[in-house]
Ligand binder design. Structure first.
Ligand SMILES: Cc1cc2nc3c(=O)[nH]c(=O)nc-3n(C[C@H](O)[C@H](O)[C@H](O)COP(=O)(O)OP(=O)(O)OC[C@H]3O[C@@H](n4cnc5c(N)ncnc54)[C@H](O)[C@@H]3O)c2cc1C
Length: 479
């Protein structure tokens, strides 16, 4: 069991409004993309508000979860826990188990020919906390996901050279989107989803690549263009990479062919490129070593979880896998929605369908994902932000009824249809609806704007009222 690292400069990849919880509005003082200590403060605010801390027991490692002898009737689980301070092992029976071990717990270390001869250091981004040790060194980073890009940008501030090795390239999305708005806040909108459904994913991808991504920096020019389209994988997010590439402090290289004592040889090269250190940004293995064998099954490359949460073969909905998804957008609201669903099932307010229906749904999702996404062993759990939230919200009855709002509350309808698809909308109706949801949606832009430029200037406010430019002003909210 490991705890992933963050660096002093780590900044969250999703904006504060799009990644908010459905009933907790982040304070307007927070920047749109929070640094890690600000995110910690926000999560602490949430935990204090809902009095979570008193329910948490720390320093415990779950080492075994299996069905009780009377599971068929009760749905209960035997859980074996190790106290990581004293080593004491205890067993207890739980009515339900939600597994939230994250998918960045077990680092994946690839092996290359000659790696054992290499005299420099090799590490994984999982344990990368500080970059001082790379001062004036030549560093190779293998992998071009979010972690690899963060590592490259950060290490290149002190190193003499960073090489960034990639097999396929990647689409690199910025945090700063159109008109300087947070990228996800500008793009994750219901009308965009409708356009994507009408135009098809490939056309939508082409639009995104041509008019958003390549306009920032042309991925062909920088030798980064991957073989798959932009909506075929969760994106790599980084704003600093283009500047690092254009100044040469980071250079792109092909896959590593082999290691030597002093460095590596890249594919299509014969010369050794000398490096002092290698950082593997090669991702993580997904596993649940403590779960009874066969609880989460994989078949024909498919991970058998109903809507990425429930093993379909279990008789009771008392075991949920939370956060086991790769979303195109912020992960937090999706994890929260999964928890709400699991809670509604436990309290008997909704039901899972039959095993056959669940298996059909899993197969259908997998087949659709096969058509859309780049090949990967995590294909089954790739989801779209709005579509997935709507899907789970439908299960518990908290998906907003846009048709009704069109006639009863056109302002809110317009905000939901054309504005950023904010998590608060899933508290407008259904279980645990929240009276503050409407206001939270309609005031989001003030909170986006506040840390950038403070309060509205009177002159602009007057102009806004006079022009009432719609929908550009109201829904792209460029004022
Ligand atoms: C540098 C970095 C930046 C990231 N940026 C973003 C971002 O901007 N947006 C985003 O959505 N995601 C981001 N992520 C991914 C992010 O970690 C997840 O979205 C989020 O933390 C998932 O929360 P989680 O609770 O599912 O898992 P985690 O936060 O990984 O928590 C899992 C916990 O379970 C514990 N655990 C594991 N096994 C056991 C066991 N057997 N017994 C007891 N405890 C166990 C782990 O120690 C850990 O504390 C980032 C990750 C990293 C490393």
């Amino acid at each position: 069991m490991g705890i992933p690292s963050i660096m002093p400069t780590t900044v969250i990849n999703h904006s504060k409004e799009m990644g908010a919880l459905t009933n907790f509005v982040p304070d307007k003082k927070y920047p749109n993309y929070m640094r890690h200590h600000e995110l910690l403060n926000l999560l602490t605010d949430v935990a204090e508000e809902y009095e979570c801390f008193k329910h948490i027991v720390y320093n415990r490692e779950v080492i075994g979860v299996k069905r009780t002898a009377d599971y068929e009737e009760t749905g209960r689980w035997n859980v074996t826990v190790k106290n990581t301070e004293t080593g004491e092992i205890t067993e207890d029976v739980f009515d339900a188990v939600w597994v939230g071990v994250g998918h960045i717990t077990y680092p994946k270390m690839p092996e290359y020919p000659g790696m054992d001869k290499f005299q420099g250091t090799i590490m994984h981004t999982h344990s990368l906390k500080r970059v001082d040790k790379f001062r004036d060194k030549k560093v190779l980073i293998i992998g071009i996901g979010c972690s690899g890009l963060d590592a490259a940008a950060e290490i290149s501030n002190v190193s003499s050279q960073v090489y960034l090795s990639t097999r396929n390239g990647a689409w690199v999305l910025p945090r700063v989107g159109p008109y300087g708005l947070p990228f996800d806040y500008a793009m994750l909108r219901r009308f965009v989803t409708v356009m994507q459904a009408v135009m098809g994913v490939k056309f939508a991808s082409w639009y995104l690549e041509t008019f958003q991504i390549n306009k920032k920096f042309n991925h062909n020019l920088y030798n980064l263009r991957p073989s798959y389209h932009a909506l075929a994988k969760d994106p790599a997010i980084n704003d600093l990479l283009p500047a690092k590439l254009i100044t040469g402090s980071v250079v792109i290289r092909k896959d590593v062919k082999c290691f030597t004592e002093k460095g590596v040889i890249f594919e299509n090269e014969t010369q050794v490129t000398e490096v002092d250190a290698v950082v593997m940004a090669t991702g993580y293995r997904w596993q649940f070593p403590f779960l009874e064998e066969g609880t989460v099954s994989t078949k024909e490359g498919r991970i058998n979880l109903y809507k990425c949460v429930f093993p379909p073969h279990l008789k009771h909905p008392t075991l949920a896998i939370i956060g086991f998804i790769l979303p195109f957008g912020p992960g937090f609201p999706l994890g929260e929605m999964q928890c709400r669903w699991a809670a509604q099932l436990l309290s008997g307010h909704c039901k899972l369908p039959s095993q056959e229906v669940m298996m059909e749904d899993i197969k259908k999702r997998h087949e659709e994902n096969l058509k859309r996404y780049a090949p990967s062993n995590k294909l089954t759990v790739r989801v779209d932000y709005i579509q997935y939230l709507d899907e789970i919200a439908t299960e518990i009855g908290c998906k907003p009824n846009l048709w009704k709002l069109l006639f009863t509350d056109p302002t809110l309808f317009a905000a939901l249809a054309f504005g950023p698809s904010l998590p608060y909308q899933y508290r407008l109706e259904g279980p645990h609806k929240w009276d503050g949801a409407r206001n939270a949606i309609l005031t989001a832009h003030e909170r986006v704007r506040h840390p950038l430029s403070g309060e509205y200037k009177k002159r602009v406010e007057l102009l806004r009222k006079c022009l009432a430019v719609w929908p550009a002003e109201s829904y792209w909210q460029i004022g």
